[in-house]
Design a protein around this ligand. Structure first.
Ligand code: PLP
Length: 405
């Protein structure tokens, strides 16, 4: 069968899937190698997207692949009824690399936030005034299950599901007066949940000064400070966790995406005194932290512990920002270039989907969020040469667009 026929069949059979992702981009990747993806025609693509910041070690990483193969040959799953050496090792690594505490493994970012929300509510329940409100910020994205959806500070994502969970308050990001005003009243909040760089919301950075003040106010008022590191964690911003740029240590972090290098896994990590509120029988998951996903976490974190990858992120990030800032001078429709590390947004003054499609035709994978923000989130291991090639393609598309305007 020719690849064209194969693609046609795949497209037709797409009808068997829910249509919640709308029309998917017309490419079916069949393999990946390092910085590159290959489609049904064996056409090669430079990947500046890493499957929404997931494939942190690129594709077919030999060390990740070997650990996964070996683990699959031994045991994939046994359940949380039993001790699990890989899960314990993965949790220990998270504690060593972030802050001392305990980890609960789940299967996705939304589940990690769901568990963090339940944990925060149990913590609130333990306090005399029984606060249960959770503050989040406008523009945030925390997931699609009811709890994490209710925490999400974007009305368009919450709407249409009937009553969502009550007890959430959405405050503007980087506006300390609004935060002070909310807490100044009789405090009803048990937790604040925030991304430090809003990813799905368009690469919006939380100001350092704002976060430090919010953190201090939380400390003084027994309010938990939860950082959603689902997109920003595991090296994406050039440090292992984004909170490390802010000189604070949160009470809870939530992780997923890059944590398993492509194997679905999420985690909630909390200080010991907080983790105890999800005690026996209060929360659980069948698959969470099984032998295979834990092995993936061990492989990813072991790689990231080596300075080599973090240094690479810094080098590549500097290069990308220097090139994009130059491009911004040449191209009128670029409104802003922002981000940290390899979590980068190019805001346009018009929708970006056509640029994404053109890039795909020319062998470059990028993404667009909130309609106008092109996202650049390559594998953390990407080489400078690949990035140069990728940015050349992007540059030519932008200049062409500019000449049409
Ligand atoms: N939190 C943040 C910051 C995210 O970016 C996402 C997904 O994009 C989620 C939570 C939800 O994660 P998942 O899609 O793995 O459920």
């Amino acid at each position: 069968m020719t690849s064209q026929k194969l693609l046609k069949l795949i497209k037709e059979d797409n009808q068997y899937l829910f249509q919640n992702y709308g029309d998917r981009l017309p490419v079916c990747f069949i393999k990946g190698d390092g910085d590159y993806l290959f489609d049904q025609d064996n056409k090669k693509y430079i990947d500046l997207f890493s499957g929404i910041a997931v494939c942190s070690l690129g594709y077919s990483n030999p060390r990740l692949s070997k650990i996964l193969h070996d683990q699959t040959d031994k045991i994939i799953h046994s359940s949380n009824w039993f001790l699990n050496a890989e899960q314990i090792k993965a949790a220990k690594l998270i504690s060593e690399l972030s802050f001392p505490g305990k980890t609960l493994f789940v299967n996705s970012g939304t589940e990690a936030n769901e568990a963090a929300i339940k944990l925060a509510r149990r913590y609130g329940e333990s306090l005399e005034s029984k606060p249960y409100q959770i503050i989040s910020f406008k523009g945030s994205f925390h997931g699609r299950t009811f709890g994490s959806l209710s925490a999400t500070g974007q009305e368009k994502i919450r709407k249409g599901f009937g009553p969502i969970l009550s007890g959430f308050k959405y405050l503007p990001l980087n506006k300390i007066d609004a935060f002070k005003k909310e807490i100044g009243k009789k405090n009803r909040s048990c937790a604040v949940i925030t991304e430090l760089i809003q990813g799905e919301g368009g690469i919006n950075l939380a100001d350092k000064e704002f976060i430090i003040q919010v953190f201090d106010i939380c400390k003084k008022n027994n309010i938990l400070f939860i950082v959603d590191e689902v997109q920003t964690g595991i090296g994406r911003t050039g440090k292992l966790f984004a909170y490390q740029h802010y000189n604070i240590t949160p009470d809870i972090i939530t992780l997923a995406k890059g944590l398993g290098g492509g194997i679905p896994v999420g985690a909630v990590h909390a200080r010991d005194e907080i983790a105890k509120f999800l005690n026996k029988g209060v929360h659980g998951t069948t698959f969470g932290g099984n032998h295979l996903s834990s092995a993936a976490v061990i492989a990813v974190l072991t790689e990231l512990k080596k300075d080599k990858i973090l240094n690479n992120i810094e080098k590549i990030s500097c290069y990308i920002f220097s090139q994009l800032n130059k491009l911004k001078e040449e191209v009128d429709f670029i409104v802003d270039v922002r981000g940290i590390g390899l979590h980068i947004g190019i805001e346009l003054n018009h929708p970006g989907i056509d640029i994404v499609k053109k890039a795909l035709q020319r062998g470059l994978v990028i993404n667009c969020t909130v309609d106008k923000v092109i996202r650049i989130m390559p594998p953390l291991t990407i080489s400078l040469n690949t990035v140069k090639e990728g940015l050349n393609i992007l540059r030519s598309i932008f200049l062409e667009e500019q000449s049409f305007q």
